[in-house]
Write a protein that binds this ligand. Structure first.
Ligand code: ZN
Length: 308
């Protein structure tokens, strides 16, 4: 690898590394809020015999697991390349996001299960103990905190282009709705004495959490399995072919490495083009793409025209 290329790569590594460390600070704030809210919910839920608030506390407790997996992912993705991962460790971030999505999916399933079991118990005439209004106030405090953090995480994720924080924002948003639903269910069960509202809310929220978890799973799985938008790939082909001297693009593949892109392409040049000229053209293509996209590196192969 040339000196210039090495320098460019290390610059890019530092830039993305700084973003990752800022994202990590935000994640530690998230972790702290999850710990405080879930402990308070579990404590008040136990004191007031509110199963719904305890379930919401458990849901926020799994948020701790999810944030921890994101912090681990970001820490690993910051590590420089080694003999085993020559390209660097960027994919660890996508892997951590995938695991967080999987956690949400499983929590959603458990909400469906708990709601279903309670509904069956109610149908069989078994009712729980009377609820206390204090549980409803705790749920609304949780809902407001989670909504606030969702907005902050969404804002910071755009600024740092961090997949981890985007996942956190969605996580907080679904937690906010869970807490809000829990508040409604507790209020309904406490003040209106409608017992089944509690379980119905749990089933609805379980479905919502599964839906959100699935979306996170599908975007991270697309990146991990080397999928890439065909529209952006076509735009890249157009940009390359517009360079004077560059022939037609006969093959192009783009994939993610973390949030960075790796481009593999083959271009057709006139058979008498000198090696120095074609090398210069490849560098020109790389620089052009780097101006428009977060390119980690390009790997371009040259093929003489009419070579069959
Ligand atoms: Zn490694």
């Amino acid at each position: 690898m040339s000196q210039l290329n090495k320098l460019k790569q290390s610059k890019l590594a530092i830039k993305t590394g700084e973003n990752a460390s800022q994202a990590r600070k935000m994640l530690f704030v998230n972790l702290l809020v999850y710990v405080i809210i879930s402990l308070a919910e579990l404590e008040i839920g136990t004191l007031d015999h509110s199963v719904a608030l305890m379930a919401d506390g458990e849901n926020n407790f799994t948020g701790i697991v999810s944030v921890l997996s994101l912090i681990v992912g970001l820490t690993f993705s910051k590590r420089p390349s080694d003999d085993y991962h020559v390209e660097g460790h960027w994919q660890y971030e996508n892997l951590a996001v995938f695991l967080a999505g999987l956690t949400m999916f499983i929590v959603g399933l458990s909400c469906l299960w708990n709601g279903g079991v309670k509904l069956i118990n109610l149908a069989n005439g078994r009712t729980g103990s009377q609820l206390n209004g204090r549980a409803a106030y705790m749920a609304i405090v949780s809902a407001v905190c989670m909504l606030g953090l969702s907005i902050i995480n969404e804002f910071v994720s755009h600024k740092l282009t961090s997949a981890s924080l985007a996942a956190s924002a969605r996580d907080f948003f679904s937690d906010s709705l869970t807490s809000f639903g829990t508040m409604l269910a507790i209020a309904g069960a406490t003040f209106l004495h409608i017992d089944w509202v509690d379980s119905a809310a749990a089933i609805l929220l379980g479905g919502f959490i599964i839906y959100n978890g699935s979306k996170i799973l599908s975007t991270s799985a697309a990146k991990l399995s080397n999928g890439f938008s065909p529209t952006i790939r076509k735009q890249m082909v157009k940009a390359i072919q517009a360079i004077p001297g560059a022939g037609s693009v006969t093959f192009i593949d783009v994939r993610y490495s973390g949030n960075n892109l790796v481009v593999t392409a083959e271009i057709e040049l006139a058979g008498e083009t000198k090696v120095v000229q074609s090398y210069g053209l490849c560098k020109e293509i790389e620089q052009l793409l780097q101006r428009q996209y977060p390119i980690l590196y390009c790997c371009i192969q040259v093929r003489p025209k009419n070579s069959g």
